[in-house]
Write a new protein. Structure first.
Length: 75
């Protein structure tokens, strides 16, 4: 049996204020909200995590790019 998943469009909305950033990630009907400080450390790379499906060496280019941007990722 093959399960087909519908294509979801992802949206990110950011409400920018003097002291905070209200960020919403919307995937289909689901929304995730988080508040960050509006400072250089507010959206530090440590707060961004990426997960890759690593298939052989196909993910090497994106992995190198993420490392160059100091973003954490899992394979």
């Amino acid at each position: 049996m093959i399960t087909v998943f519908p294509m979801l469009t992802a949206y990110v909305g950011i409400d920018v204020a003097k002291t905070k950033l209200d960020v919403v990630l919307r995937l289909g009907e689901r929304a995730i909200h988080q508040v960050f400080a509006n400072t250089p450390d507010g959206l530090s790379p440590a707060q961004v995590r990426v997960c890759l499906e690593a298939t052989g060496s196909y993910s090497d280019a994106i992995a190198l790019d993420l490392l160059g941007r100091k973003l954490s990722f899992d394979r």
